[in-house]
Every structure is written in structure tokens, then in C-alpha cells.
Design a protein. Structure first.
Length: 76
């Protein structure tokens, strides 16, 4: 069986409990407590170029689009 994500495989293996248990043991991603993947962008879900300051949690691209409406202004 081949699949792009582990959730698709879980659906396929739901009829085979023994294989499902083995698959979950070795292949399901574990919960993360630290790192880049922990805080994705609130708007688009990107994980790179993340701005956490002031509790924004936006990627840099979304921040550029929303900065003016949030009250930030561009300094030269």
C-alpha cells in the first residue's frame, strides 16, 4: 500500500486491526512539544517565516497583507 499521508493509510487499514496496530506503532507522527511545526500561521497554516511577536502567530507573507489593518506602519 502506498499513500501520501498517514491518515489515508489509517482509513485503508481500519478493516485489518493487527496491521493497523503495527502501522500506528511505527508510522504515525508523534505529538510535538517544541519546534517549528508547533505554531503554524493562523491564516494560511505555513510554518516558515513565523512572526510570534505581540501574539500575532502569522507568517511573514500574511503579516505583510494584514500589517496596515493591525495598526503597523512601514518605516523608511
Amino acid at each position: 500500500m502506498t499513500a501520501g499521508s498517514h491518515t489515508k493509510m489509517l482509513k485503508q487499514l481500519s478493516a485489518k486491526p493487527a496491521k493497523l496496530k503495527k502501522y500506528e506503532k511505527f508510522n504515525v507522527p508523534k505529538k510535538r512539544t517544541t519546534g517549528v511545526n508547533l505554531r503554524p500561521c493562523k491564516i494560511c497554516g505555513r510554518i516558515g517565516g513565523h512572526i510570534q511577536a505581540y501574539g500575532l502567530h502569522l507568517c511573514r507573507q500574511c503579516f505583510r497583507e494584514k500589517a496596515k489593518s493591525l495598526g503597523f506602519k512601514k518605516y523608511r
